[in-house]
Design a protein around this ligand. Sequence first.
Ligand SMILES: [Zn+2]
Length: 219
Amino acid sequence: MTLKLTPRMVPSPLWGVALRTDLGSRWLPEVSRPIREYQSLCEICGGYGADSPTGWRTCCDEDWDYSDADPIVEEVLRILGDTFDVAGVTALVTPVNVLNIASRLGSAPFVARLVDLQCVCWRCNQVIHYGHTETLNKGSDWLATRAARAHAARVNKVSDERVAKIIYGAKVIWAIRSCLPWSIEWTGWERIRNVKAGRGRRRADPGALPAASFQFGAE
Ligand SMILES: [Zn+2]
């Protein structure tokens, strides 16, 4: 079963590397606002981010593809086998071990590719970037991760237990990807923006939405 909403945490070598960061002041008018005005509703769950506690309801998400690492991930998971617990993962998933596996498989280079720009609501965003969401729990009684897991269960129509396994698996994959040296490829971002925001099918009529759904302040 294909899940609509899963964590896709950014490998740590790529933290801070984003089209949004690179474009600076151009990001909001040239990418984020056009995408969110024409998509309007969250492309994953179909909502408009109601009940946002942070002041922003939707954002423009950068969807990156890390599939160059798939052979490494598959090999690590094969080796882990039944030792897919924290101790087993911790012992195997180290930079030395993962790079050795990569060298043996000859899978390099590893290129992260920007494949989509999409309007997502704050709830889906907290599932996508679950590692960051965990940091929101600290010093706060707002249980961000519990809310994120509940949202993932609702959107995917799966149990809480299944969500817990999905998140654990995503963290293992993230840890493997984080051991690899990445370069980036985002030259197609203008084409994506134009197709989705300017010339593509309009997915929802913004006029039919509550005015409060158009808050762009947090971007
Ligand atoms: Zn959503």
